[in-house]
Design a protein around this ligand. Structure first.
Ligand code: ATR
Length: 265
C-alpha cells in the first residue's frame, strides 16, 4: 500500500484526505492519504522523515511551502514561484512541485475559459505568486494588483509580460481584461470583496481562490453582471488532481474527487 499525506500546521480541517481517497477508490489504487502536523519550524525535517518512512508523496500547506524548498529538488516552476505544495519521493532526491499554479489554470480551463488574453490577479502573497506564474506560462498577459503596491510591482518584475499595481485603479485594469482571480483572503471571514462591484463586467471569468464560503461577495457581484463565476473549490480540486496525477501517473477521476471535496465543504 502507498502512503500519501499532507504536512501543515494546522491541518485539522483539511479536505485533501477525502478528496484523494475518493480518487484511489475510483481507480482501485491501494493507497491511503494521511495528515501530519509538524511543529512550525519542523517542515524540512518532516519531509526528510517522511522520505525515510517510505511515504510516496506529500502535499505541503501553510506555513511550510517555502521551508521545504531546501529539502527537495524543485522543478523550474516551483523554483520561480519560490514555494512547493507537492513532493514526489520516488528514488533519490525528492522532487518539489507547485500545483497551485496549474490548479488555477485547470479550474479556468474546466469552465471553458480562453487563456490567451489578459488576467488581473488580485493579491501578491503565496497564492498570488503561484497564479500569476501559472497564467503567464499559459501565455496570458498578467496585471497584478495588491493592497501593498510594492509587492505587486516586485512580483510583476519576475513574471514575463506582467505589470504591478495598487488596488485603486482596479476598474481601469479590469475594463479590457478577460480573467480576474482573487488571491487575497478578503471574503473569507467577512462578506467583503477586494474588487468594487462597479469594476466588474460581463466579459470576465472570475475565479475566487477563497473557498470558505463558496459563495463570496465577489462571485455574487460577478454573477450579477453576467460574468462567468468559478468558486475556490475548483482551484482546490485541481491542485489536488494535478498532485494525484504526478504521483500515480494516471488520469485523475475528477468527478469523484470533486464530489468528495464538495461533500466536505
Ligand atoms: P496566501 O498564501 O493565501 O496568498 P498571504 O501570502 O498572507 O496568503 O497573502 C495574503 C494576500 O491577501 C496579500 O496579497 C495581502 O495583501 P498585502 O500584501 O497588502 O498584505 C492580501 N490581503 C489580506 N488582507 C487584505 C485586505 N483586507 N485588503 C486587501 N488585500 C488583503
Amino acid at each position: 500500500m502507498d502512503v500519501y499525506g499532507l504536512i501543515g500546521n494546522p491541518v485539522g480541517h483539511s479536505l485533501s484526505p477525502p478528496m484523494h481517497e475518493a480518487g484511489y477508490e475510483a481507480l482501485g489504487i491501494d493507497a491511503k492519504y494521511v495528515t501530519f502536523e509538524p511543529a512550525a519550524d519542523g517542515g524540512a525535517a518532516a519531509v526528510e522523515a517522511a522520505d525515510r518512512l517510505g511515504v510516496a508523496g506529500l502535499n505541503v500547506t501553510i506555513p511550510f511551502k517555502q521551508d521545504v524548498l531546501d529539502a527537495v529538488s524543485p522543478d523550474p516552476l516551483a523554483e520561480r514561484i519560490g514555494a512547493v505544495n507537492t513532493i514526489d519521493f520516488g528514488d533519490g532526491t525528492p522532487t518539489g512541485y507547485n500545483t497551485d499554479a496549474v490548479g488555477a489554470v485547470r479550474a479556468l480551463e474546466h469552465h471553458g475559459v480562453d487563456l490567451s488574453g489578459t488576467a488581473v490577479v488580485v493579491g501578491a502573497g503565496g497564492a498570488g505568486r503561484a497564479v500569476a506564474f501559472g497564467l503567464a506560462d499559459e501565455g496570458m498577459s498578467v496585471r497584478v494588483a495588491n493592497r501593498t503596491e510594492s509587492k505587486a510591482r516586485d512580483l510583476a518584475g519576475e513574471v514575463p509580460d506582467a505589470s504591478g499595481h495598487g488596488l485603486a485603479g482596479l476598474a481601469e485594469l479590469l475594463a479590457d481584461a478577460d480573467v480576474l482571480v482573487n488571491c487575497t483572503s478578503v471574503g473569507m471571514d467577512e462578506d467583503e470583496t477586494p474588487v468594487p462591484a462597479e469594476a466588474l463586467h460581463g466579459e470576465l471569468a472570475v475565479l475566487d481562490a477563497v473557498y470558505s464560503p463558496l459563495s463570496t461577495r465577489l462571485l455574487r457581484d460577478a454573477a450579477e453582471v453576467g460574468a462567468t463565476t468559478i468558486d475556490g473549490a475548483w482551484m482546490l480540486l485541481y491542485q489536488g488532481v494535478e498532485a494525484f496525477e504526478l504521483w500515480t501517473g494516471e488520469d485523475a477521476p475528477v468527478n469523484p474527487m470533486n464530489d468528495a471535496l464538495r461533500a466536505g465543504l
